[in-house]
Ligand binder design. Structure first.
Ligand code: M6R
Length: 588
């Protein structure tokens, strides 16, 4: 998703803005650009492709003290220099993260006023509208208010005006934006990693809050231009969180953090085999809806299995982009749980708002502190994964799965199962230290891979399949093992790769039968299980430690993640920034 960094201060702005943009690369982008003030003029440089290409076009030694930068992930208009940000119309130059839903209507109105548009983006209407209202109001803040009152959709904006070369302006609605004061100046940024090289202080902006920044101070306003004072927060993680620290890729680094992430999440909620106050009581809820996107939705599928089995509460898991438009049946005893690493995913956020509007209680399971979903839900449970930079989620998935297992036990109302977590970190470590090269080599040669499993194992198949698709671009399908013979088995021929996941003893014979059916069609089988059996239906076996079903998914996902990583590496893929993907999907 798009990323914004801006700086105003005593130092040279361009190196800081570019360094910040590099830390936002994980969000996914296809072009980048900067605007800066030099020689009393606003200069704009944009380039398609990586930030390094943009950097080559810039003289970083220029003594410019104000700059705004942007990484664009195309939504409206193809990837080219004209559509890249910043966009300038009249006296206003803008970088934008989000989507303006009513941009066509605004464009038409402004075209009638004689304004000419150069790009096919939705963003260009923003500087055009700012300029239009500025001509009427002759006041930048008032022009911003009038503009945002007319915009529908989501936006975080960095703004510079030709008539005010000593200030930078910013505003957010729906898309994330922080302000970060440092010793020599002030930043705006879409996310904390962008500023950690310079400061660990940050301020979270609420919806529709406007900021005016100068070299050494800032003023925040509400949308009626009343001044507001906001708390400065201190980021408690270290700068290392956003660094590779010797690893080739963030994905690998983050997978290797899973032992710590598991312990941090567990210890945040449990002490001496008892839940701490950090885990509220959800006893009153008799049915649960889980809503999320992508991998977070697959955690929701794991949750369905665990909560129904152990806590005896019906759970409906839905993808957020469907949930927000479908008819939902709930009552006052329904709890809607939104799972999201970033806490900013547009569909998940809207699903949360829909449930709230219907008067239903909501619980957010989120990694990023104070993100929109975390702030808007009635209850929030944080997973302790720390910043996740690689686009493909790994450690956050493991942390969410850990928290779901804990929540299941809380809903069940007995603490006995908490003992199953004790010592699990040793199994995590052992799985992380294994070598998965031989499996990765086989998978890297396959153009089509099938993951099959039942119930909770099917949820893990979905995650294994997505991890493979997104990082290595190998087509793969996850299917419920018993469903295979209703159509998909027609695709199984000589050497088709089938990965079978089977960790639940009570249904293992069923999944094994399905694997034998594909073996009879000469499939090549990798069998992932926690129970060794001597049989000839598989070609390769990955034997997992045998632990209680409540914690088993925490372990099962680890080889799936490491295999996806190794396969992507063999195939020379852009592992941390897969093509077309964004870390946090803040548009519908
Ligand atoms: O930030 P969220 O957890 O809400 O993101 C949801 C999905 O976009 C995310 O899990 C996505 O599927 C990842 N690329 C998976 O690796």
């Amino acid at each position: 998703m798009c990323g914004i960094v801006g700086y105003i201060g005593k130092e040279k702005a361009l190196p800081k803005v570019l360094s910040g943009l590099k830390f936002l690369e994980y969000r996914g982008y296809d072009s980048a650009g900067v605007a800066y003030i030099y020689d009393n003029e606003i200069k704009i440089t944009k380039e398609v492709g990586r930030i390094n290409s943009l950097e080559k076009l810039l003289d970083l030694s220029i003594p410019s003290n104000i700059a705004i930068g942007h990484t664009r992930w195309a939504t409206h208009g193809e990837v080219n220099i004209i559509n890249s940000h910043p966009h300038k119309v009249g006296k206003f130059t803008v970088v934008h993260n989000g989507i303006i839903e009513n941009y066509l209507k605004i464009k038409e109105k402004l075209q009638k006023e004689g304004i000419i548009f150069k790009s096919s983006t939705d963003t260009e209407v923003i500087p055009a509208l700012l300029d239009y209202y500025y001509q009427k109001e002759n006041n930048i803040l008032k022009a911003i208010v009038k503009t945002i009152n007319e915009l529908e959709g989501s936006f975080a904006l960095g703004i510079i005006c030709d008539d005010d070369k000593n200030n930078l302006y910013a505003i957010r609605r729906g898309s994330p934006l922080i302000i970060a004061p440092s010793n020599d100046g002030i930043f705006i940024a879409s996310d904390i990693p962008a500023i950690l090289n310079y400061t660990n202080k940050y301020i979270l902006l609420n919806e529709n809050e406007i900021v005016k920044l100068s070299k050494n101070e800032y003023q925040i306003y509400d949308n009626k231009l009343n001044k507001i004072i906001k708390e400065i927060k201190i980021y408690e993680g270290s700068q290392d969180d956003a660094m590779l620290n010797g690893y080739d890729h963030y994905m690998l680094k983050e997978i290797h953090e899973e032992e710590k992430v598991f312990l941090d999440t567990f210890n945040y909620y449990v002490e001496n085999n008892k839940f701490k106050d950090t885990m509220p009581n959800f006893k009153k809820y008799q049915n649960i809806h889980i809503v999320a996107c992508g991998s977070a939705y697959y955690v929701g599928c794991i949750a369905k299995s665990l909560i129904e089995n152990y806590a005896n509460i019906p759970v409906y898991a839905s993808v957020a982009s469907e949930y927000r438009y479908q008819k939902n049946f709930y009552d006052q005893n329904t709890l809607v749980i939104i799972i999201s690493q970033s806490g900013e995913t547009a569909d998940s956020l809207e699903a949360l708002r829909k449930a709230k509007n219907d008067g239903i209680d909501t619980l957010a399971i989120v990694n990023v502190a104070m993100s929109s979903i975390a702030r808007e839900a009635k209850y929030t449970l944080y997973v302790k994964a720390g910043p996740e930079i690689a686009v493909a989620t790994t450690k956050a998935f493991l942390a969410q799965t850990t928290l779901i297992a804990l929540l299941t036990i809380k809903l069940q109302g007995q603490n006995d199962l908490l003992k199953e977590f004790i010592g699990l970190e040793k199994h995590i470590r052992e799985l992380l230290n294994r070598n998965y090269q031989e499996y990765a080599k086989i998978i890297s040669k396959s153009n089509n891979t099938f993951f099959i499993g039942r119930l909770v194992d099917y949820a893990l198949c979905l995650e294994g399949s997505l991890k493979l698709k997104e990082t290595s671009y190998i087509n793969s399908v996850a299917i419920q093992a018993g469903e295979l013979k209703h159509g998909t088995i027609s695709l199984i021929t000589d050497n088709t790769l089938v990965i079978g996941i089977c960790t639940k003893k009570d249904i293992s014979s069923k999944t094994i039968s399905n694997l034998k059916e594909v073996k009879a069609r000469k499939a090549n089988i990798i069998y992932i299980t926690n129970e060794f059996i001597e049989d000839n239906f598989y070609d390769q076996i990955i034997l997992l430690p045998k632990v209680n079903d409540i914690v088993m998914p925490i372990l099962t996902v680890i080889p799936l993640q490491l295999i996806a990583y190794e396969v992507a590496k063999i195939r020379g893929c852009d592992i941390d920034k897969p093509r077309n993907l964004a870390k946090s999907v803040t548009v519908e």
